[in-house]
Design a protein around this ligand. Structure first.
Ligand code: FMN
Length: 183
């Protein structure tokens, strides 16, 4: 699985949903403990831009891993917004679900000083790789998105500066064929 997973160039927008069970499986892997030699603490919150998940209204949701709950933040079609916030990359709108990873940088820096900034990015990378593998295991595609408009993301998610800062975006859905692969 780790060998076959590739980043999707884009996703098939418009058709095909993932199930709620698939989304739950994806979210569950993000909440598993992370083993590292520097910190067991977690600093990330996941916000979801739900486009096409059967049984879940399109909108923005915050994931609460402690109770495996989704809190609805906004209702309505998020495809244009998700793509726009991701530096205008269509794949964030064509996915079934896109993510903003929001890091509690203040808490990380209180715990670890300047290293906290690096640690939240380690955590985002580890969560991202789990998302890649979970998507692959479910027969879906995924793409990490490192390009986004920070201030606009904070404003859209109604995040005050002390609530966290965006460090990574992600998208999962049905990938378009990649002509570079399969030779
Ligand atoms: C941290 C990170 C940020 C990325 N940002 C973007 C992005 O903004 N847009 C995009 O299309 N792909 C993005 N990618 C996907 C990379 O382009 C892709 O991982 C790279 O081409 C290697 O391909 P592979 O993942 O199939 O091995 C990102 C990947 C990572 C790990």
């Amino acid at each position: 699985m780790a060998r076959t997973r590739r980043s999707a160039l884009d996703f098939r927008g418009g058709t095909g949903s993932i199930s709620l069970a698939q989304l739950a499986a994806i979210l569950t892997v993000t909440a598993q403990p992370l083993c590292s030699d520097f910190s067991g603490a977690r600093f990330l919150q996941l916000y979801l831009y739900v486009h096409r998940v059967a049984g879940l209204e399109p909108g923005v949701y915050r994931y609460w891993p402690e109770h495996a709950e989704l809190e609805q933040i906004r209702l309505g079609d998020q495809r244009v917004v998700a793509a726009g916030l991701s530096l205008g990359q269509d794949l964030a709108g064509n996915a079934c679900v896109a993510f903003s990873m929001i890091a509690d940088l203040d808490r990380a820096v209180r715990s670890y000083g300047d290293r906290g900034y690096r640690y939240v990015h380690f955590e985002a990378g580890a969560v991202g790789q789990r998302l890649y593998l979970a998507a692959e295991a479910l027969g879906l595609g995924a793409t990490g998105i490192g390009a986004f408009f920070d201030d606009q993301v904070h404003s859209y998610l109604n995040l005050a500066p002390e609530q966290g800062q965006v460090v990574y975006h992600f998208a999962i859905g049905y990938p378009v064929p990649d002509p570079r692969l399969g030779a």
